[in-house]
Design a protein around this ligand. Sequence first.
Ligand code: SF4
Ligand code: SF4
Length: 304
Amino acid sequence: MFKLVCGAGNEDAESVKRLVFVYAKAGCKFFDISARKEILNAAKEGAKNAGAANVRYCVSVGIKGDPHISKAFINEEKCTKCGKCVDICPNDAVKTPPFVYQEKCIGCSKCEKVCPENAVKMRDKDVDISQILPEMIKDGVSVIELHIMGHDAADLEKKWKIINDCNPKYASICIDRENFGNKECLDRIRKMISVRDPFTTIVQADGIPMSGGDDSFKTTLQAVAMAEIIQNANLPVLIMISGGTNSKTAALAKQCGINYWGIAIGSWARKIVKEYVNSDDFWTNTEKQDRAVEIAKKLITTSV
Ligand code: SF4
Ligand code: SF4
């Protein structure tokens, strides 16, 4: 199972529509998008334009503190306009002079890390999911994913209950080890799945979130390592590998004996088609579309 991650924080409807179009044409049937009605509609339109049927959508939300729901803000008083944040942003969300185009920001915090003046701060963009998610289920969403890398246990409990009350076909837990050790990760998962039927929960084992910037084995190492930790715990869950995934992930996971259910690819999958997807004449230039689809197909083929 290959899942294209459009970006939990990616609220740029046009880019989601194009990405879904390309990857649906290439054979992808599973898309991870931000939990917003206009984004779901854009994704559906992309799939429809691609002529794809039986497409499954996963909508992503997060608890307070999780990077997937955070956005970058620039303090103009501190900023010296060096441009480093503009160059490093993987989603073209920072524009000169600079300012952050919030809808495109996926919360990767690369700009914050590169800023020499400490002028960038990441802030949560929390939304009331109790209204949004039931509507998403009505609109055909079958998977709801919760990104849980924050320290607010009450927020986690509240949001997990809302998700389970929506009764999605699958609930997904996206977890990495940046803030917690293995034990706390597994304790969290055990507690969360105790209220669900066996194998109706996907654990998205995130190596290093949003780190798939290149196609090396090294980049995907932590993603496979995290999947192995989940596998060794023998939990009644489906394992989805993510966070640093690329065309090498499946090969490494197989070599390491990981019985994964799927591979979710975001940063790398978006990067390899970016040149085409961002072009002004994308919808009229079928040659560009075909080239993007070919590239996407190759990635999907290596990820099963
Ligand atoms: S990296 Fe920092 S100082 Fe440089 S342009 Fe961006 S916000 Fe301003
Ligand atoms: S570098 Fe990452 S956090 Fe910063 S603006 Fe771009 S997407 Fe957002």
